[in-house]
Design a protein around this ligand. Structure first.
Ligand code: SF4
Length: 214
């Protein structure tokens, strides 16, 4: 059983409500999108083929209870379902960060999803797999990466249109060096978005924006 792996490392989780916790990050190679702001473009094509045992050993070595599967797009891995089930059986808390374009129906409901909804600034507004909204759970997270005010307004409309306020965790994350954090904070306060969380990329603040493997 082969996986296309870009890197496995142990660091501080930088995003989602798990930000700040130590976490093993498994970054798979390959992505079906090419977002304008992608900060892991190297993961789209830098790949090594690892078998299941090598991958599990590389995760187990850190003895850390929290594991995130990311990419690239991790749901493109043929055997991702098996891997998540094995990790859960071993007692890991498993997060999957997905770009929102792939059907999550076959993945264990014990997995916590951090799912992108791609805004216009990404260049991929129309890829969202709408039926995922019927599978998503209250402890999953929907993430909107915002390039500017028009993305912010688009995100609010999307959430209202699908009646998602208060039903799932909502993350608003500014594109690094593009949308001013204070502007986003001001808009959220002004609009009284009590059900959305402003998310910073903590790993970039700790290690710097260009450092890989952290
Ligand atoms: S989905 Fe993620 S990994 Fe893929 S291009 Fe967009 S930002 Fe990069």
């Amino acid at each position: 059983m082969i996986f296309s792996v870009n890197e496995v490392f142990y660091s501080i989780q930088g995003e989602s409500r798990f930000a700040g916790y130590p976490c093993v990050m498994v970054r798979f190679s390959g992505c079906n999108l090419s977002c304008s702001y992608c900060d892991t473009a190297y993961a789209r094509d830098e790949a090594e083929e690892w078998d299941f045992n090598r991958l599990m050993e590389s995760i187990d070595q850190f003895q850390c209870p929290l594991v995130e599967l990311t990419g690239g797009e991790p749901l493109l891995q043929t055997n991702i379902q098996f891997l998540t089930e094995q990790l859960i059986l071993k007692g890991y808390r498993v997060l999957i960060e997905t770009n929102g374009s792939c059907d999550i129906n076959t993945i264990s409901p014990k997995v916590i999803f951090i799912m992108d909804v791609k805004c216009p600034g990404s260049g991929h507004t129309n890829v969202f797999c709408e039926k995922n909204l019927s599978y998503i759970k209250t402890d999953d997270e929907l993430k909107f990466v915002l390039s500017g005010r028009s993305d912010y307004d688009w995100a609010k409309n999307f959430i209202s249109h699908y009646g998602l306020w208060g039903k799932v965790n909502i993350l608003f994350s500014p594109v690094w060096n593009k949308l001013n954090i204070r502007d986003l904070a001001t808009w959220m306060l002004s609009d009284r978005l009590y059900s959305a969380r402003l998310q910073l990329q903590l790993h970039k603040l700790i290690w710097g924006p260009d450092k890989r493997g952290v």
